[in-house]
Structure formats: structure tokens, C-alpha cells
Design a protein around this ligand. Sequence first.
Ligand SMILES: [Zn+2]
Length: 297
Amino acid sequence: MGKIVLNKIQEKTKENFVKKLASGEYKTKEHKCLCGENKSLKIGNLDRYGLPLNTVMCLNCGLVRSDPYYDDKTLKSFYEIEYRSLYTGAQSANESFFEDQIALGKRIIEYLERELDLSLDGKKVFEVGCGAGGILKAFKLENCDVYGCDYGEEYLKRGRQEGIKLVEGDSTNLKQFGKADLIILNHVLEHFLNSEEELSLIGSLLAKDGLLYVSVPGLLSHRKSYGSLKWYLQNAHVYSFYLSSLEYLMNKVGFRKVCGNEKIRSVFVKDNNVQPTRTSFVKKILIFIFLKLSYLL
Ligand SMILES: [Zn+2]
């Protein structure tokens, strides 16, 4: 994947978004690192669509974040109005989107079965940020009891046609279905503005010894999927992770890593005694140089 060519819907959406930023209807504000420190190194200033986006690495903990970032009101409106159109070039879930989600769900199942000695039969599975529900459909085919939540009724309708219980809104809307054996966060965590709060809420939905599957686009494997870092960065991403920076965040909110790779696919369990593992200074600097070069080249 190289330079991104936008279709008409995407061009129009980008134009409207830029106009709103210029007029002050959409606002950005300072976004400090969740470790509490504010010294950072700048990686880039644009995202894949050419939208202004400052990407920095925290010198203290190594997390890569967007700073400044949109305020709550802007984000809410962005997800309601521009997000789907900008990122998919379509306003509702077409059939190939649903089929792709099912295929992805099958790959997640393969990963879980390969890494963990796990039987999915009869397990209760939640997905936060489920889109059209295709991933859950794959788990339903494995005889799981599945539930999902997301914003955007248009996408949810598709999964409901398959008899999947999908509710509109955030993870608090899944509370009514009890505790889950497995919660899926597929390419969702990097979008959370208040990731610690969101993860705590999600943790409260997990049964004892329940598993949290987390996948995010891995920073260290971006060249294979995107080529330059320029085509990887997205204005919808609050954070970008490599495995040890993800682990640091998860540890901070009381999750311990069970397995993970740099793609990133990973599994965590709740552990109140876990201590945050910090990326070493040398590793942080090497990663920074790699990212900076990838952005420039
Ligand atoms: Zn930090």
C-alpha cells in the first residue's frame, strides 16, 4: 500500500472536515501523555489523508500519541458525520465489509486457538466497537453466545439481520448481558480518548479469568501493511502502539499480558498485582529513529 487516492465521497468529507477546523467549529486541545509527563519527540505532522495531525513519542513512557488532539465535542461529531465516509468511502456497510469482518473473525479465532489452549464452544463473547458485527458472526459459527456494541445504527442493522444482539453505544450498554468469557477489542483501543477509563469499564464486564483480546495496527509492523509511516497515521487514532507500549498501558489499568505480537494481536487477563513494564530508553530511541525515518522516506 502506498499513497492513498481518495474517492469523491472521501474528498468531499476531507474538505468539510478541514473547513470545520478552520472555522473553529472543530477544535483541538493539548493532549498530555497518560503517564503524566509531557516531554516528547515529534515524529510527523500530517496523517494519511493529509490532515493536520501531530504525532509524538513520550520520552518518559514511550507511548506514541496525537498531540494536540480533538476535544470531546469534535470527536463525537467527527464519528457521527465524517469517520465512516472518510475511512471507507461509503456511508453504510456493504456486503464485502461484512464478509471481510467474518474473515477477520476467523483469523482471530485461529490466533486464539493457536496461542491458548482454548475451547470457544458455549463461551460468552462481547465485542466493543463491533461495526456491522461480522467478527461476532464468526464466533457465533463456533457456537459462542455473542453480543456487541458500537455507534452507528446503519452498520449495526447488518449484524442484527444475522440474529446477533447488537446495541448502540459504548461498552456500558453491554452490562445488561452479564459477564463475558472473552471481550474483543479489534482496532478500537487506539481510538479511545480516555483509554484508561474505557479499559476499566471493559474490565468490569469480564468474568473472573476472562480474556481480553486486543488488536491494534502495530507501529513496528507498519512498513509491511502501509509502506511509509505517512500512510499508517490516521487522524482517528489517539494513540499508536508497539507491543511494549501497549503492555505498559494495559498494565497501568490492571491487565497482564498472556500473549502478543507486533502486528499487534494480543491477549490480556485482569491482574490487580501487575506492575507497569516500561520500555527501556535505548529501545524507545531506536523505535523513534525507525519511525521518524519511515515517516520521512
Ligand atoms: Zn508517557
